[in-house]
Design a protein around this ligand. Structure first.
Ligand SMILES: [Zn+2]
Length: 355
């Protein structure tokens, strides 16, 4: 549910401008670029492009091969004609890996790197995950069509029509998709030495999933952090809420001062990383306290609201609101309240699971 609202929220931003490119390429440092995903119905993650002396390393591959192919074409137009030699899948989620095949098609020399845990999770869950995302897309399509026919004004109608056509295209492209696995796995850190710069692929502990890796460049002090640290509220459905804040603290000590996560924009400084850490820590502590006092989930969701959370102070809530455009009938603040309620439920489930 929340996922579809987020998708809807994202597509809202697009309907105003309808850009030809799926991404905006922004320079993060010399030879390092962020590809910021523009909104579409089936959300694409961001990518980070590191330009090595003879080729590129790209972090994350979006929700479908055509999105990855579009990024490759855009890189050629706007940055360099060097081939992509390395891909890193930050974690196993569909919106970060389903473009892998497009890179393999564009070059025979692409090495796909991930953590051992991510490869394992992909081999178990990519196929059923794709099946369920196609089912959920089919369900959303019905809703979008219904919303388009009952929309109150032309702008809302156009918005829901765009959502429906994005979703139809996604279903058509992905219905015969075969998941693609990484061929190099790491359990700790991997350092790629290149004349241009050294790149570190690092695992600092469980967080958003069991196997999130980040890529950072010590000489340029920039990092690609996947969904461990980004400019939106976290999704914790496959996460480890007690480990995640510790993992983020470790990540924050690496030495980068600019980063791009899987969603949202480029972040300068570590304020947002620490805000995200404090948010996960605070909600987790409140859910633990609720469990100790035998408070039910629905009651916890009533008590743990954006207004009750200290961690959303200091400008964090305002920054989150600014990053999410509203959808017809729902404000950004309502969407965030829904995400917080979802996080409470996800943390409740994670803490109730046997260790
Ligand atoms: Zn994710």
């Amino acid at each position: 549910m929340e996922q579809s609202v987020l998708r809807a929220a994202s597509a809202r931003g697009q309907s105003k401008t309808a850009p030809a490119n799926l991404f905006t390429l922004e320079k993060m440092a010399d030879g390092v670029y962020g590809a910021i995903s523009r909104p579409v119905a089936q959300l694409n993650c961001n990518a980070v492009i590191f330009e090595n002396s003879n080729g590129l390393l790209v972090v994350d591959t979006h929700s479908k091969p055509s999105a990855a192919a579009a990024l490759v074409a855009q890189i050629r137009r706007e940055i360099t004609s060097k081939p992509v030699r390395y891909l890193v899948n930050s974690h196993f989620h569909w919106d970060h890996v389903q473009g892998n095949a497009a890179y393999r098609k564009s070059s025979t020399q692409v090495e796909v790197i991930a953590s051992e845990a991510t490869r394992q999770l992909l081999s178990e869950r990519a196929a059923p995950g794709l099946k369920s995302s196609l089912e959920s897309a089919a369900g959303s399509l019905e809703v979008y069509r219904k919303n388009a026919s009952s929309a109150a004004n032309e702008a809302d109608k156009a918005y829901w029509r765009q959502m429906a056509s994005d979703t139809e295209a996604f279903i058509k492209e992905m219905k015969d998709y075969v998941p693609d696995l990484p061929n190099i796995t790491v359990q700790g850190d991997l350092i790629l030495h290149d004349k241009a710069h050294d790149l570190h692929v690092v695992f600092r502990g469980r967080g958003h999933t069991a196997g999130d890796v980040s890529v950072w460049c010590p000489s340029k002090k920039v990092a690609a952090t996947g969904d461990l640290a980004h400019g939106a509220l976290p999704y914790i459905g496959d996460g480890y809420p007690q480990d995640w804040p510790v993992t983020l603290a470790g990540l924050g000590m690496l030495g980068f001062d600019k980063f791009l996560g899987g969603h949202g924009g480029i972040l300068t400084g570590l304020t947002r990383l620490h805000q995200m850490r404090n948010y996960i820590e605070e909600v987790t502590m409140m859910v633990q306290e609720g469990l100790r006092r035998r408070v039910g989930l629905a009651e916890m969701q009533k008590q743990i609201t954006p207004a009750s959370l200290k961690s959303l102070g200091g400008g964090y809530m305002e920054a989150l609101v600014a990053a999410i455009p509203g959808v017809p009938g729902r404000t950004s603040a309502q969407i965030i309240a829904g995400t917080v309620a979802g996080n409470v439920s996800q943390i409740h489930a994670a803490l109730s699971r046997p260790a």
